[in-house]
Each structure stands twice: as C-alpha cells, then as structure tokens.
Design a protein around this ligand. Structure first.
Ligand SMILES: [Fe+2]
Length: 316
C-alpha cells in the first residue's frame, strides 16, 4: 500500500490564491481526496473574507455548524473559530461530525494568528488507521457498530438548547426521529441522546474502507485522567457528558480503547502553523486533532459539502 504525503503542500507562486484554485480546481480536488489534506502556504489570503472566497472557489457554499459538540463562535457568516477549548488540553483525533447522520466532506482551517508553541492540527489518514487496527477489533465494530450516549445537564457544558439551536422539545424530537437519535429527558431539564452508527465507512467514489467514527474521541477513557475521575464522581457512568459503547450497548474493553488510541497516534502527522496557512482536509480520508498550545492562536474554520450515506438506515 503506498503512503501518500499528508498534507500535500502547495506553495505560493505569486498567483492570487482563488485564481490559482479556480485554474487548477479539478487537480487540487483530486489531490485532496488522494492525500487527505492540502496545505496552501505563503499566499496573501486576505483575511476572513478571502478565506471565505477560498472555500467558495474550491467547494461551494460553506455550511452552518449544527448539532455541535464543542463551543465555537461565529467570526463571520459560516466562518467559525476553531473550538474554544482550554489551550493546555489536547483535542483527540476525530473526523468531523462522524457521530451524526450527515457530515461535511471538506473542512477548512485558516491560520489568522499562529500559536507561540505547538497548537498544530495533526492529521491521521483513516484508511491507514483502518488497515492498522487488529482485524478482530475491526470485525467486532463492523458487526456490532458503535453507540454514542450524550448527557446534557442543566448548568454544565454546552446546553442542549445551544446544541440543537432551539428550546422546543417537539422540534428536537422530530430532528431526532429524522436523524437516528433517540431523545430522552431526565430530571428538571436534563437531556440524553443515544445514536448507533457504523464504525466503518466508504467515501463516495471509493471502495477503500475508512475508520470513521467517534468511538475513541467520545470514550471517557480518552479524556485526561483527572477529568475522567471528576466527571465520573459528578455524574456516574450513565450520566457522563459523552461516552461510547458497542452498538448493542456492550462495554468496549480498555485494551481495545488503548489499541485504537495507539493506532490513531502512530498514524498522526503534524506541522507548525504559519500565518495565512490554509489547510483543507478531506474529512472522510483524514482525522484531525488539536495539540495543546501557548500564545494567542487564532484559527478560523469552515465546513462544506454535506454528505449522508443514503444506503445505510440508522437504527436504535
Ligand atoms: Fe474537529
């Protein structure tokens, strides 16, 4: 199996970035799918408006961020901040929105202000992650699928009203019905969502399997030890803000979680951000993460090209 460069870097030759993309659009899109990521470096992007133009030239209209799992602020239109998460914490490798019924095929990161240290967006080719996972582990997830359980407690974390952009419970019930999410209410204003999804997916147009799920990212054991302990003490396992299981509700053994994390990490590559870098990620080919960082890091994010696997019916 040939390993490709991730990301492929395209350096400025003086051509304005949108002109370069418009002129080589088919070639760049093919490279993005093949490599999993393309980094545009050394261009005068022209701020958030210029970044928005890059997205529109390569992908079309950017998407509004829904069913969120992390705090983000809108910078302008459909351009958001990268997750507003404490700088000292790592954000583990994941494929954007792989816990949902639909997700963006293409992600964009734009470096407005580079961090002083670390703060990269590491990438991992999930075709390689798939190949390197023990076949017995893959087979178990293929057969049993995976389940994510999210609990929204009043006055803790992102409120469900914010996640679903409404405070209308009937509207949420209808959304859940349509998108394969079981909705339950508990206590005064607590909400639990449960979804069962496939762990392995194929990108449209490709027969190469990809490890594409949030089973590792959302599992309690992927959090920092002190955070795991604090959350378990506060809510108990059944009330954790997020946790994952096999699709039938069975516990995923600790050694399986350790194996999955180590495969992701060994497949992961990184580069330091330069100001005005634009990183384009093929969401079904590369997982992305965030290193801890120091300094003022400001990265804008946009998502495009929604995709829903039509042949797979979601079920509880
Ligand atoms: Fe992300």
């Amino acid at each position: 199996m040939n390993e490709t460069t991730l990301p492929l870097t395209i350096e400025s030759d003086g051509t304005p970035i949108t002109e370069l993309i418009a002129g080589r659009r088919a070639e760049i899109r093919a490279a993005l799918v093949e490599h999993g990521g393309v980094l545009f470096r050394g261009f005068d992007v022209g701020g958030v408006d210029g970044f928005d133009q890059v997205v529109r030239t390569l992908s079309g209209d950017p998407l509004t961020y829904t069913e969120r799992s992390s705090p983000r602020s809108t910078i302008k239109g459909q351009v958001y901040t990268s997750t507003d998460y404490p700088p000292e914490e790592e954000i583990f490798l994941h494929n954007e929105n792989s816990y949902q019924a639909a997700w963006p095929l293409t992600l964009y990161f734009y470096c407005i202000t580079p961090p002083s240290s670390l703060g990269a967006t590491p990438l991992a080719d999930v075709r390689r992650v798939y190949r390197e996972i023990d076949p017995a582990v893959r087979e178990e997830f293929a057969r049993r699928r995976w389940m994510v359980v999210r609990n929204f407690h009043p006055d803790f974390g992102t409120p469900w009203q914010h996640v679903f952009n409404t405070d209308d419970r009937d509207e949420i019930a209808a959304y859940g019905e349509k998108n394969g999410i079981k909705i339950e209410w508990f206590g005064k204003d607590g909400m639990r969502t449960t979804s069962v999804r496939d762990a392995i997916h194929f990108r449209p147009g490709s027969d190469e399997p990809r490890w594409f799920n949030h089973a590792t990212f959302f599992h309690v054991s992927t959090l920092a030890k002190d955070l795991q302990e604090a959350l378990l003490a506060m809510f108990g396992e059944e009330g954790l803000p997020t946790n994952t299981y096999y699709g039938d509700g069975g516990t995923i053994p600790a050694d399986v979680m350790d194996h999955l994390r180590s495969v992701y990490r060994s497949a992961s590559v990184r580069f330091d951000y330069h100001q005005d870098d634009v990183l384009v990620v093929d969401n079904m080919t590369a997982a992305h993460a965030r290193e801890p960082f120091t300094g003022p890091r400001k990265i804008a994010v946009a998502m495009a090209e929604p995709y829903a696997p039509s042949t797979h019916q979601q079920e509880q």
